[in-house]
Design a protein around this ligand. Structure first.
Ligand SMILES: O=C(O)C(=O)C[C@@H](O)[C@H](O)C(=O)O
Ligand SMILES: [Mg+2]
Ligand SMILES: [Mg+2]
Length: 389
């Protein structure tokens, strides 16, 4: 089988918060009539430059056309040399590699009439515990809005939440206090996520203040790539510390410095299912825990993570992929399902990722390119549509 064509389609889909994320849907066509789909999810992050989608399609064609889609290692090697790791969390080259790698897995699964989970190692789980995100408070008045989100999502079966913190500690504290008063032990706060906004000492001071509330772990409590800072922080707190993995080198440094307890692994940030499986294996070898992170993918990206999570032997903390619940719409006819706070892994009987494109929806949300328009840094950092600075 040979890859005969490549198509990228860009959509801009609003979240329930109003914030719009742009994603590129990947289609890999083959000479045997099988089409693989993938997702380059959520390009709407700093740094604020955009890719030219026509140029990217042309480049991908030079790499992919004529290749056998089963040569996943070879193709990943060539993708990596064209879109190298940059030691940066939101490096767009990783998003590109991820979308292509997911589509390759989808083609191979479909060709063998096998689900991706079965193709990459089989199933340990058929559902993955996830938590719903509460975006960062900047103003006190957002506390009530976020409490309303907890009420709604709790009623839908989500009993575990994660909280982005560090910009307005009074509001962070007021929120945690209100959740404790209203829900008590019925709701779990999985993590406080500092998103690299504070240095480790500032994050430590904030953590001391918020430690009167129950939460399970602390994420990204240092600036990016501060491996010593993370370690200093980790040795000072009782809670486990997690950090996203955005390059093999960065993961190696975190292992070498004993910087974290848990690796937050997302195919989007490490550049695909193939790379994500390697970092999960490295975590296992180093005796570290794992959870699945997210950039807030649509259903194709989330299905890829569900297949990955199903096959991991060391997924031992609550994971984050709830993207399809955050957006007002999706690009597939059969979105992934959530039940009682779990992401359900698409079944064994569905080949590939188990997703089918919904062109009516794609046409509705299709945008011509990944250009930015007028958006402020605070909106990008805090994932809000609010223009109040
Ligand atoms: O754990 C994280 O960090 C995230 O979820 C990052 C977010 O910024 C996410 O990518 C989003 O787009 O909301
Ligand atoms: Mg995070
Ligand atoms: Mg994102």
């Amino acid at each position: 089988m040979k890859i005969s064509d490549v198509r990228l389609t860009v959509v801009g889909i609003p979240r329930h918060t109003g914030f719009v994320s742009k994603h590129a849907i990947v289609e890999l066509f083959t000479d045997e009539g099988i089409t693989g789909i993938g997702e380059m999810s959520d390009f709407s992050h700093l740094p604020q430059f955009s890719l030219d989608v026509n140029d990217l399609t042309a480049v991908l064609k030079t790499i992919l056309l004529g290749k056998n889609p089963f040569d996943i290692s070879l193709i990943n090697k060539q993708l990596l040399s064209n879109f190298p790791e940059m030691m940066f969390y939101y490096e767009k080259g990783n998003f590109i590699r991820n979308g292509v790698d997911a589509a390759l897995h989808d083609v191979c699964g479909k060709a063998w009439n096998t689900s991706v989970a079965d193709f990459i190692g089989g199933r340990i789980k058929d559902k993955i515990k996830v938590c719903y995100p509460i975006f960062r408070h900047r103003f006190m008045e957002e506390v009530q809005e976020n409490l309303a989100v907890v009420r709604t999502r709790f009623a839908q079966g989500f009993d575990t939440f994660r909280l982005y913190v560090g910009k307005n500690l009074d509001a962070d504290e007021a929120f945690l206090d209100a959740v404790r008063q209203e829900f008590g032990s019925k709701v779990t706060i999985k993590s406080l996520d500092f998103s690299h906004l504070l240095d480790w000492k500032e994050a430590w001071r904030a953590t001391k203040r918020l430690s009167q509330y129950d939460f399970e772990l602390i994420e990204s409590p240092a600036i990016q790539n501060d491996f010593d800072g993370l370690r200093h922080f980790r040795l000072k707190v009782d809670h486990p510390v997690s950090e996203h993995v955005w390059s093999f080198r960065q993961q190696y440094e975190m292992i070498r410095h004993d910087s974290v307890d848990i690796f937050n692994i997302s195919p989007i940030f490490i550049g695909g299912l193939t790379a994500a499986r390697k970092v999960a294996a490295a975590a296992e070898v180093a005796g570290k825990g794992c959870l699945l992170g997210t950039t807030q993918e649509l259903s194709i990206g989330t299905a890829a993570m569900a297949h990955l999570g199903a096959s991991l032997s060391n997924l031992n903390f609550t994971s984050d992929p709830t993207g399809p619940e955050l957006y007002v719409s999706d690009v597939v006819k059969n979105p992934v399902n959530y039940e009682n706070g779990y992401l359900l892994v698409p079944g064994r009987e569905t080949p590939g990722l188990g997703m089918e494109l919904d062109w009516e929806s794609i046409e509705k949300y299709r945008v011509p390119d990944l250009s930015w328009g007028n958006i402020s840094v605070h909106r990008l950092q805090d994932r809000t549509a609010q223009t109040k600075a």
